[in-house]
Design a protein around this ligand. Structure first.
Ligand code: UGA
Length: 441
């Protein structure tokens, strides 16, 4: 199949490279000439494990092309994927569809043959209908149709997620769209990935419902973690104990500092806007958003308590800044409100992140950036593990303690055992790890 991907952001670039790897002929288009030039030079605009090699090998095999020329890029396409950004609109939380509709208008004028226009960007229910309307209005060739094919990739694991998906959702109203998408995903279908066909609006809602449900699981376990702390239970064991029930499932039950990233915060808000417009209450998702916002704000209080009740003049070392490991993405990262609140409370904040520094520095004025975790710890009253990068899982805590001014370790991701931390001479405070339970064991 000949596929065109409009937008070489996170979703477009990963999806384009993976589709080319299946043997399809893929052209990726982006308006940003500097970005396309960088990709031509082998430099990826995002940090994603395995992406650079995948792009390079498919370019070398002649199956993956990059251009800024939309008309040329769509000329022979069987399917055109829209993978441009849909940020939250300033002020009201609605998904901003300016880029999607602009791309469709430009595309409609450039098309010379009937293609399936597939939305990969996360878009509110009804966007596919509007795309179909725009295609007709702008005089796209007869037979062009619109489909929805939401993505479920996680940053840091995007290539594996694309190649081994739990499911592929295709929302379409026309048989031709279903046929083309079935052909495109045939390699995955052969690998037994369920391919589910739905109506277009249903597919659009599946994406929001999936992210809102995962966000709900996280907020749920985060509140249970608070309860664990109060009653002397251990949230890790509670999560495992409930997760072993297949009806619940073990994934997305890691308690932490609250979810961040480019998807959950934005998509939960957009779902609420859709519901508001439809006149339907969504009390659960609305509470999830509230719980998560409050949780991020509370993290600095944990640090304050661990250093004796006042942050003034205390030196705090933050380990990890990105919203999760294996990405340089800082969007809505819990580290941002944490660092801001620490500084506002009078603390001096030093930080280290394995890859996020470039993205983090402009967002965290006043934070000192260290060259590694050990350098960040020098003179610190407290160490705070904010992001669970692998390289923080086996730190030489004794070595860190020797250079610290204080002795608190606040583990917001529960990657250490209390005993190991205390054996290194540090005090331990995790998330949802009640002390009574440990003492009683
Ligand atoms: C999320 C979804 O997992 C993907 O399926 C979806 O395609 C993507 O959004 C999207 O809509 O594009 P992503 O934002 O990359 O992916 O990252 P996640 O791994 O889902 O993590 C999101 C946040 O939740 C992170 O801040 C993470 O630390 C937090 N989290 C996750 C927890 O606090 N606990 C968990 O158990 C899992």
């Amino acid at each position: 199949m000949r596929i065109t991907m409009i937008g070489t952001g996170y979703v477009g670039l990963v999806s384009g490279a993976c589709l080319a790897d299946f043997g399809h002929e893929v052209t990726c288009i982006d308006k940003d000439a500097a970005k396309i030039a960088l990709i031509h030079d082998g430099i990826m605009p995002i940090w994603e494990p395995g992406l650079e090699g995948l792009v390079k090998s498919n370019q070398e095999r002649g199956r993956l092309h990059f251009t800024t020329d939309l008309a040329g890029g769509v000329a022979d396409a069987d399917a055109v994927f829209i993978a441009v950004g849909t940020p939250a609109r300033r002020g009201d939380g609605h998904a901003d569809l300016t880029f999607v509709y602009a791309a469709v208008r430009e595309l409609a004028k450039a098309l010379t043959r009937p293609v399936v226009v597939v939305t990969k960007s996360t878009v509110p229910v009804g966007t596919g209908d509007e795309i179909a309307r725009i295609l007709a209005e702008e005089g796209a060739p007869a037979g062009c149709c619109a489909a929805s094919n939401p993505e479920f990739l996680r940053e840091g694991a995007a290539i594996a997620d694309f190649k081994h998906p739990d499911r592929i959702i295709v929302g379409a109203e026309e048989e031709r769209a279903r046929e083309v998408l079935a052909q495109i995903y045939r390699p995955l279908f052969l690998n037994k990935a369920p391919l589910m066909f739905t109506g277009r609006r249903t597919a659009e809602l599946i994406k929001y419902a999936a992210n809102a449900f995962l966000a709900t699981k996280i907020s749920f376990i985060n509140e249970i973690a608070d309860l664990c702390e109060a009653v002397g239970a251990d949230v890790q064991d509670v999560a495992r104990g409930i997760g072993l029930d297949n009806r619940i499932g073990a994934k997305f039950l890691h308690a932490g500092p609250g979810y961040g990233g480019s998807c959950f915060p934005k998509d939960t808000l957009a779902l609420l806007k859709t519901a508001e417009d439809a006149g339907v209450r969504q009390r659960i998702v609305s509470t999830v958003v509230e719980v998560n916002d409050a949780r991020k704000a509370e993290m600095a209080e944990r640090v304050r308590d661990a250093v004796g009740g006042s942050l003034a003049g205390k030196r705090i070392a933050l380990l990890g800044l990105t919203f999760k490991p294996n990405t340089d993405d800082m969007r809505d990262s819990p580290s941002i409100p944490l660092a801001q609140a620490l500084i506002a409370g009078g603390a001096i904040v030093a930080a280290f992140d394995p890859v996020g520094r470039e993205q983090a520095e402009p967002l965290l004025p006043g934070v000192e950036f260290a060259a590694n975790a050990y350098a960040a710890a020098i003179g610190a009253d407290a160490l705070v593990i904010v992001t669970e990068w692998d390289e923080f899982r086996a730190l030489d805590l004794k070595r860190m303690k020797a250079t610290m001014a204080g002795s608190a370790l606040i583990d917001l991701r529960n990657i250490y055992d209390r005993e190991a931390v205390e054996a290194a001479g540090l005090s331990y405070r995790g998330i949802g790890r009640g002390v009574v339970a440990k003492a009683a064991q």
